[in-house]
Design a protein around this ligand. Sequence first.
Ligand SMILES: *Cc1c(COP(=O)(O)O)cnc(C)c1O
Length: 387
Amino acid sequence: MGEPSRDMAGGLLRIDLTALAANYLDLARRVWPSRTAAVVKADAYGLGARQVAPVFERAGCEDFFVAHLEEALALKSALSPGAKLYVLNGLQPGAETTCLTAGVIPVLNGLEQAWRWRDLAASRGAALPAVIQIDSGMARLGLSEADLDELLADATFFDEVSLALVMSHLACSDEPAAASNAEQRARFAALADRLPAARWSLANSGGIFLDASHHGNLVRPGVGLYGASPNAGPNPMRPVVRLDARVIQVRDVAAGDRVGYGLTYARETAGRIATIAVGYADGWPRHLSNTGAAYYQGVRLPIAGRVSMDSITLDVSALGERGLALKLGDLVELLGPHQTLEDVARDAATIPYEILTNLGRRYHRTYVEDPVMQQLPISLRQAGARS
Ligand SMILES: *Cc1c(COP(=O)(O)O)cnc(C)c1O
């Protein structure tokens, strides 16, 4: 299915490219002179990597992280030839030549991956670049201390593999007070010190808001770029996403009428229900049943009953008291000035990441950009980072 037209779509998703660039520059400024990469995995957290990554590049970004090699291959032609692409999930068996041919830099997460990359380099007689990830205490991806011992015992490894970056990842960067942040940083520093001198990288979005000792040479924000808060504090980022849903039916209900699957919602008095054309198949969590809301002209419209696959029923009775009415084809706000990603995530008992990356494929998407932005040269990097 292609993307529906604006008039036919059940939801309109608006992605603000100017806000994306502003968020990149905001984060880059906070860590300067450390450099700032962009994490654009999962199709840039659901927003469209090929549309979004070039915006970061124009703002000065040179380093792009994805999770899968396929994501790197799909993104490459949207960026300039000099852009560096890294695959966080590592070098999968059989992917070596594809990775090399595409000029993509693998993140080596284990010894077996390191040996395969080294063997390819040896067979070609030329050193190949790679990132080494060290597990500093999260036990997800990366070399253990014992792996590192074994790697360093190999006298020629670093003749064949040139270290572009050594990295690790923080488990609790969204909790600035967590003791594990400093513990992981210390452990990472001790282990990374044993490798040949290389740039180092530890911080994701949350890590940028820890003290500068966590910043290293390169920070790797994802979610903050997309407008979500890097930690539980007030959100310093600019909102990027707006989502509006189409009203497809409005009806009066009598006192006691029940609504939706399982008949879990009933009004005590007569009221009005509007049905919108967004459901859990569009990534709007079913967990929002009888919990979440939409907004119309600032008025809260609670979700009435269960979230269905393709639709949601809203109790819009409150509009009448304000002299407002919804009709077929009208739009209500799901994400916007009255409801943030954090609000929806809290109501759905999840995190903004999951709301973003689940945003549906049936929405009509528009990318908007302040005309001034289109003219900004790459040198904005310096101007933005120093101001
Ligand atoms: C996803 C990811 C990031 C980005 O994290 P955010 O919390 O979205 O800023 C950085 N580094 C690694 C290794 C990741 O997996």
